[in-house]
Design a protein around this ligand. Structure first.
Ligand SMILES: N[C@@H]1[C@@H](O)[C@H](O)[C@@H](COP(=O)(O)O)O[C@@H]1O
Length: 248
C-alpha cells in the first residue's frame, strides 16, 4: 500500500488524473472503474482539460461505475448516471455505449446486480479503479458490516450516509434508501486501485484504513490486502495518522 500525501484537493486531482491519463495512453482499451461524490470531481475536470488540450483519446475505453441509487432514473439530476454524463462522459470522446452504471430504475434490482457483475467479468475485469472514502469507512456503497466476499448487491443505505449525501438533494426525505453497489470482492478484483481522500471529515476513517485492523466493520480496511493500491490523501485528511507518510 502506497500512501502519497498531497497538499490539497487541487494537487490530489492532478496526481490522480495524471495516473489515469498515463494508463489510458499506454493501454487505449483500458477498463476504468469510476466513483462519484465530491472527491473525484476535480480529477474529472483535469481529464476534460487534458482532453481539450492534448486530445487523450477515450474512444476504446470502457468504464464501470461503482454504484447507483435505486429508484432514480438516469435523467434524474441526482442520479450517478447524470453526474457521470455531466462531469465526464459528455465532455470527452468516450463511446457512451461502453460506459456502464448499475441500472437503479425500472428493473428488478437483484437481477440487475447479477447482470452487472457478469458484464464486468465479460469485459475482462477492471484495470484501474478510482475510489472515494465514506466518512464511516464505506467504499462504493458497501456500508460497515458488508462481507469482504460480496459481489454487486443491493444495499440499504446507512442513515449517516443518507445524511452525508443529502447535501445534493432538496431534503433528507428525497435521498433514496437503497442503492446498487459493486461488492467488496468486485472492487478487490481490480488490478490497480487509487483511493482518493480529501478533507478533515475523512481523517478518522483514513486512520482506520492505514493504521487500524482489517475488519468488515470498516469496509475500506480490506484495501490493505490489495497488491496494487495507492492512497492519495491531502494534508487535512491525514491529521489523525500517527506515522509520517511520503509527501509528494
Ligand atoms: N457512494 C459514494 C461513494 O462512492 C463516495 O466515495 C463517498 C464519498 O463521497 P465524497 O467524495 O462526496 O465525500 O460517498 C458516496 O456515498
Amino acid at each position: 500500500m502506497k500512501v502519497n500525501v498531497v497538499k490539497d484537493i487541487e494537487e490530489l486531482s492532478l496526481v490522480a488524473a495524471k495516473r489515469m491519463i498515463e494508463k489510458v495512453r499506454r493501454q487505449p482499451t483500458t477498463v476504468l472503474g469510476l466513483a462519484t461524490g465530491s472527491t473525484p470531481l476535480g480529477t474529472y475536470r483535469k481529464l476534460v482539460q487534458d482532453f481539450q488540450e492534448n486530445r487523450t483519446s477515450y474512444k476504446h475505453v470502457t468504464t464501470f461505475n461503482l454504484d447507483e441509487y435505486v429508484g432514480l432514473a438516469a435523467t434524474d439530476k441526482n442520479s450517478y448516471h447524470y453526474y457521470m454524463n455531466d462531469h465526464l462522459f459528455g465532455q470527452i470522446n468516450i463511446n457512451q455505449a461502453q460506459t456502464f452504471l448499475p441500472n437503479g430504475a425500472g428493473v428488478d434490482p437483484s437481477e440487475e446486480c447479477l447482470r452487472y457483475e457478469e458484464k464486468i467479468r465479460q469485459s475482462g475485469g477492471i484495470d484501474l479503479q478510482i475510489l472515494g472514502l465514506g466518512e464511516n469507512g464505506h467504499i462504493g456503497f458497501n456500508e460497515p458490516g458488508t462481507s469482504f466476499s460480496s459481489q454487486t448487491h443491493v444495499v440499504t443505505l446507512a442513515e449517516t450516509t443518507r445524511v452525508a449525501n443529502s447535501r445534493y438533494f432538496p431534503s433528507l426525505a428525497d435521498v433514496p434508501t437503497e442503492a446498487i453497489t459493486m461488492g467488496i470482492e468486485t472492487i478487490m478484483k481490480a488490478r490497480e486501485i487509487l483511493l482518493l481522500v480529501s478533507g478533515e471529515k475523512k481523517a478518522k476513517a483514513l486512520r482506520e484504513v492505514i493504521e487500524g485492523s482489517v475488519s468488515e466493520t470498516v469496509p475500506a480496511t480490506v484495501l490493505r490486502n490489495h497488491p496494487n493500491i495507492t492512497i492519495i490523501a491531502d494534508e487535512a485528511s491525514v491529521k489523525c495518522l500517527t506515522k509520517e507518510y511520503q509527501t509528494l
